[in-house]
Design a protein around this ligand. Structure first.
Ligand SMILES: Nc1ncnc2c1ncn2[C@@H]1O[C@H](COP(=O)(O)OP(=O)(O)OP(=O)(O)O)[C@@H](O)[C@H]1O
Length: 293
């Protein structure tokens, strides 16, 4: 497990990351979200040791992380940094060798990954000849070579078409199945909701929410939708509830006093037909908007 404890980084007067703590458990996918400038990249850079830490620490397997640990991590930085004028196979094999793979094994692993990402026919092409999305695929391959102990990926999905997103998702799932902790930042909340076991939300350098998607969706004030056979206007008169929406026979209410929902359903069944009475959990996008407001 990777643990981020009270990490803090200042740039002059600006505290870009302010005592941020969270965990990236092994075998789980953790999504890292927050608006532009929230501090995601700065946090990831501190985790990877490419940026100094002002306060706090990073722990790997329960002890302070070392340079060697970081070398065994797969890191996809925001600044992508491969050579535009070199064939993609050659530079990926070179990177794999730099990371300690033997030549033959490196070539086999790279070829396999290139084929997997639909680039099997492009191995001799210079990076700059590929579309931006395909360049992104090459960056992803560079970051997962060789077998990483943890993955720290800064916006790995940006610029990918749906097919490449699917290849990337399959690949990341294979790593989590092998118990690798994965932390990735993204602005694509639908993707984060689909993929992530856990989520960390940053706003202006601070952690404003963290937990599993289910925990976060359950954490807020409970909301219920009630659909009746007749008019639902009487719901406004009940104590302990706030009516968020009322449309003829349908009411959406928020429970302000514990137990008010029991009173609601008792009253509703006493008055006539109840077609639906369900707890409504907010979408991730709503949680995100509220947390970062
Ligand atoms: N090298 C730097 N020098 C000065 N300020 C910096 C530096 N790097 C980051 N910052 C500032 O730190 C804050 C956090 O930036 P960061 O890039 O970590 O945010 P982010 O969440 O990754 O944003 P985005 O989603 O736009 O990539 C911003 O205010 C940014 O301007």
């Amino acid at each position: 497990m990777l643990e981020i404890r009270e990490l803090t980084r200042r740039f002059g007067e600006n505290t870009a990351v302010d005592h941020v703590s969270f965990e990236v458990p092994s075998g789980l996918m953790t999504g890292f979200v927050g608006g532009n400038g929230a501090g995601k990249t700065t946090t990831m850079r501190m985790v990877m040791g490419v940026l100094g830490i002002d306060e706090g620490e990073v722990l790997w397997q329960g002890r302070p992380i070392t340079r060697l640990d970081r070398r065994s991590f797969g890191y996809m930085p925001e600044e992508r940094g491969l050579y535009p004028k070199q064939p993609i196979l050659d530079q990926l094999v070179y990177i794999a060798q730099l990371k300690g793979m033997e030549g033959g094994a490196a070539r086999t692993a790279v070829t396999e990954l290139l084929e997997r990402f639909g680039l099997g026919e492009r191995t001799k092409d210079h990076l700059e000849k590929l579309s931006l999305g395909n360049q992104q695929r090459v960056q992803i391959i560079a970051s997962v070579l060789p077998q990483p102990q943890a993955l720290i990926l800064d916006e790995p999905f940006s610029g990918l078409d749906p097919a490449a997103v699917d290849s990337m998702v399959d690949l990341l799932r294979e790593y989590t199945r092998d118990d690798v902790p994965v932390l990735f930042s993204s602005h694509q909340l639908d993707l984060v909701e689909r993929l992530c076991d856990r989520l960390v939300v940053l706003s202006q350098g601070r952690r404003v929410a963290a937990g599993s998607v289910t925990e976060l969706r359950d954490a807020g004030v409970p909301r219920f939708r009630l659909v009746l056979g007749g008019d639902a206007g009487w719901v406004r008169d009940l104590r302990g509830l706030e009516v968020l929406d009322l449309d003829g026979t349908t009411a959406l209410v928020e429970v302000r006093e514990a137990g008010a929902e029991q009173q609601l359903i008792t009253e509703a069944t006493g008055r006539g037909d109840v077609h639906e009475f369900v707890r409504v959990r907010p979408a991730l996008s709503e949680i995100y908007r509220e947390a970062t407001a």
